[in-house]
Design a protein around this ligand. Structure first.
Ligand SMILES: NC(=O)c1ccc[n+]([C@@H]2O[C@H](COP(=O)([O-])OP(=O)(O)OC[C@H]3O[C@@H](n4cnc5c(N)ncnc54)[C@H](O)[C@@H]3O)[C@@H](O)[C@H]2O)c1
Ligand SMILES: O=CCc1c[nH]cn1
Length: 483
């Protein structure tokens, strides 16, 4: 299978190259070896992308919604037909085990294309009667939208942003993370084969400067970023200076609260899914695991037993359930947090080290007796590091869970469903779970509160973030005026 992309960018319906841009090596995280190279977009490439998106959008907006939807649905089917190939590519881009990518990544991209394709024909305004007069509303696209991606879910992010944007009649220019440049190019290629007019969905590569240039271009009406809070602040500020629409999908330090009455194995399963899937590189992870004192030691014992079943190895081997970190830089950041956990006095239950093999592998790591003031309990780590904190009362758990600038996700495990709903309603988070963790179906709104973000992806909510409503007052009688 060819990994080196045909060219760095996909603009105006075709692959384009400009080798004068900043070179970006593509590194396979499982080996640390260079497997390809792309070049950051030059001003000439950006100009081409912006001009073609602007002109294509005007035509795309005139295509009836149902026809737009048919193209998206066709692309969704093509993605599923090519799931194996796309999953192997996603594994090379990210290092995530094929066991995960074949089940989640391209599939979740296809889900978004199918879902928003299905909605496209029903994106209408409304009629508001005012007696003799009336108002009608028209749901309009925003124009050219820019999507900027993080590296943990390259296919999913390209589709979660592209599908609602296109369904609403916008054009998109998507800039993947420089760490994972390959998958979005395939999404663009498939969309065009499925019938998308050229220029409606473009991909340009680059570092932060390319993202910043797109955000500040006056032809861009909307920016959707998936990334860290510091990047979010910069992008939001730049977009605000031109009063652009934004969606910000940012970081988290989410709480997972496990009560004494929880089903132990389900709670342990939830904590594993919320900390070690994708080697811990999931924004919504429940990395602060608050376990009520009566269950704490049993929880840690069962967790340790189940972590013994982890299969760490070649991500392309279907048996592998835990792969490397996405990059050497991210591995070193996470190693730093592991060292902080130890030096600040948390109890290391398991893990804590780099694995002695090629690539960027870390051990799945659990710290117990973590206190709220420790660095590992306060800062987003974005790696396989679980912090177990203990608590006595429901009120205490809620108070401590909310004591963070973040508010992306939250979960609760309890057999008392009244308590489950009560606790979730008191938690400051956008995407919540009761007796589960980290599910992200396209039908459900996804996003954060507080510093974790603005706006929502997925579900009907996303439509509001990729369209605007024009209201038209229609008077049937004469106009009364004071003079
Ligand atoms: N809430 C979510 O849905 C979600 C999902 C995945 C990841 N994340 C977050 O993403 C972070 C990890 O990803 P990352 O390290 O790629 O994040 P990052 O903030 O470093 O980069 C994200 C993207 O922003 C671009 N960028 C950087 N500076 C920019 C600027 N000044 N202007 C425009 N674009 C710029 C980068 O090139 C990259 O494409 C974590 O904080 C994680 O929680 C959030
Ligand atoms: O990484 C954040 C988005 C996400 C959560 N679950 C699957 N994808």
């Amino acid at each position: 299978m060819q990994l080196q992309p045909v060219a760095s960018h996909f603009v105006d319906g075709e692959y384009v190259e400009d080798e004068t841009g900043t070179p970006i090596d593509i590194i396979y995280p499982a080996t640390g070896k260079i497997i390809g190279r792309v070049y950051g977009a030059t001003p000439a490439i950006l100009e081409r992308a912006l001009a073609s998106a602007e002109s294509a959008q005007r035509q795309w907006a005139k295509v009836p919604g149902r026809e737009r939807g048919r193209i998206l649905a066709r692309a969704a089917r093509m993605i599923m037909e090519r799931n194996h190939e796309l999953s192997v590519l996603e594994t090379h881009d990210t290092g995530k085990p094929y066991q995960e990518t074949i089940a989640v990544d391209a599939t979740s991209g296809a889900d978004a294309l199918e879902y928003f394709g299905g909605l496209a024909g029903s994106l209408t305004g409304e009629h508001i009667s005012l007696g003799d007069d009336w108002v009608y509303t028209i749901r309009e696209p925003l124009g050219v939208c820019v999507g900027i991606g993080a590296w943990n879910y390259p296919t999913q992010i390209a589709c979660w942003k592209g599908a609602p944007a296109l369904a609403c009649g916008n054009a998109m220019i998507f800039k993947p993370s420089e760490t994972t440049p390959m998958c979005a190019l395939k999404v663009a290629e498939i969309l065009v084969v499925a019938g998308l007019p050229k220029g409606v969905y473009n991909v340009v590569q680059g570092l932060g400067d390319v993202g910043a240039a797109l955000v500040s271009d006056p032809r861009v009406a909307k920016v959707s970023l998936t990334g860290s809070v510091p990047t979010g602040r910069k992008v939001y500020a730049s977009a605000a200076s031109q009063m652009k629409h934004v969606t910000m999908e940012l970081g988290g330090k989410s709480p997972l609260i496990i009560f004494d009455d929880a089903d132990l194995d389900n709670a342990v399963g939830g904590a594993i899914n919320g900390n070690f899937y994708s080697s811990g590189q999931v924004c919504s992870n429940g990395t602060r695991v608050f376990v009520q004192k009566g269950l704490k030691e049993a929880f840690i014992k069962r967790l340790s037993e189940r972590l013994g079943n982890v299969v760490i190895g070649d991500p392309l081997d279907e048996a592998t359930s835990f792969g490397p970190m996405v990059s050497e830089a991210q591995m070193n950041i996470v190693l730093g947090y592991m060292e902080k956990g130890v030096s600040e006095g948390a109890r290391l239950v398991c893990g804590g080290k780099r694995i002695d093999r090629d690539g960027f592998y870390l051990e799945p790591t659990v710290f117990a007796d973590v206190t709220d003031d420790m660095t590992i309990a306060r800062e987003e780590i974005f790696g396989p590091v679980m912090s177990v904190l203990d608590f006595e009362t429901e009120e205490e758990a809620v108070l401590r869970a909310n004591a963070t600038e973040y508010g992306l996700s939250a979960g609760v495990f309890t057999s008392d469903l009244s308590r489950g709903h009560r606790v979730i309603s008191a938690l400051q988070a956008g995407s919540c779970f009761i007796n589960s963790y980290n599910d992200a179906p396209v039908e459900a709104p996804f996003g954060g509160v507080k510093a974790s973000g603005v706006g929502r992806e997925n579900s009907k909510e996303a439509i509001a973030h990729y369209s605007q409503v024009k209201s038209v007052y229609v008077r049937m009688g004469d106009v009364e005026a004071p003079f």
